[in-house]
Design a protein around this ligand. Structure first.
Ligand SMILES: Cc1ncc(COP(=O)(O)OP(=O)(O)O)c(N)n1
Ligand code: 3NM
Ligand code: MG
Length: 280
């Protein structure tokens, strides 16, 4: 797989065997590939090294057939042994420089980040992409605090390498993640735990494509902004203002808080976010 194809992914799928009892990892991942998954990661936190190696061999063959990059979580040695396309590291794993020494210049190295400082360090250290999350609380990574969509927006503004939003992302909230500035998403349980992983991938891809097409230009507090926010609420999240007390005026008319989620934006709209200053 040529390195140039690696940046093309928008829908990233990760294995999670416990989410599909009775179905094999290979069958479920093949369904996601049929549905259009654009990059696959093997993540097996409980199996022995031998088990991970066996799954990696099978998924390497499958992803080759579908011409999709194949990443392995946690095991750079198995990346080499199976000729996978890259490794995903965590903040506690080996440094990027060491992984690069092991894997050479052509394999992909991704790393999880949970704040902007880690993201900028990953970029400086030569990561090919970063994970940004967990955006929402998730049972797939229990006990880890959600970074919220604010960090997605920070990453969109400041990170120049590809970033993928991850953690608790479902069809019910993916539009908020896209509106916050992501254009690549990774969903684990919502996809591999679905009764129809292929259909679920197609649904996510439709949302990703719609998000990309819906870019519009609005004037926000006097400044022209390009945004993929569909609604006033999404624009507020993208601006990182969702926790502030705000009054919003759209084309000179105040929009009640309860209507933000259903008030659609269009190109040319003028929107004022006025901070509400309490006092007595
Ligand atoms: C795309 C992507 N992002 C984040 C992670 C999490 O990796 P890590 O922090 O190493 O945690 P574990 O997955 O090992 O529990 C990931 N695997 N992929
Ligand atoms: C494996 C993993 N890493 C995360 C991170 O933020 O680093 S969130 C996560 C789990 C994502 O699974 P789901 O889509 O089921 O919530
Ligand atoms: Mg890890």
């Amino acid at each position: 797989m040529g390195r140039e194809a690696w940046n093309d992914f928008r829908l990233y799928v990760i294995t999670a065997e416990s989410n599909h009892p009775g179905k094999s990892v290979v069958d479920v991942i093949e369904q996601t590939l049929i549905g259009g998954a654009q990059i696959v990661q093997l993540r097996n936190k409980t199996g022995s090294r031998d088990e991970v190696l066996e799954q990696a061999k099978a998924l390497r063959e499958l992803t080759r057939k579908y011409k999709v990059p194949f990443i392995i979580n946690d095991y750079p040695d198995i990346v080499l042994e199976t000729d996978a396309d890259g490794v995903h590291l965590g903040q506690e794993d080996m440094p990027i420089a060491e992984a690069r020494r092991l894997l050479g210049p052509y394999r992909m190295i991704g790393i999880s980040t949970h704040n902007l400082q880690q993201a900028l360090a990953a970029e400086r250290d030569g990561a090919d992409y970063i994970g940004v999350g967990p955006v929402f609380p998730t049972d797939t990574k229990p006990g880890r605090a959600a970074v919220t969509t604010s960090y997605v927006t920070e990453a969109a503004r400041h990170v120049t390498i590809p970033f993928v939003a991850i953690g608790g992302i479902t069809l019910g909230n993916v539009d908020l993640v896209l509106a916050a500035g992501a254009n690549r998403i990774c969903s684990v349980s919502a996809i591999v735990g679905s009764h129809d992983p292929a259909a679920m991938c197609r649904s996510f891809l439709r949302r990703l494509e719609a998000g990309a097409e819906e870019s519009k230009t609005v004037v926000m507090n006097g400044r022209e902004e390009h945004t993929r926010a569909r609604t006033v609420e999404q624009l507020v999240i993208q601006a990182g203002q969702q926790n502030k007390k705000l009054v919003i005026e759209l084309n000179g008319i105040i929009v009640q808080r309860a209507l933000w989620a259903e008030t659609e934006l269009k190109s040319g709209d003028s929107i004022e976010l006025v901070h509400f200053v309490g006092g007595g």
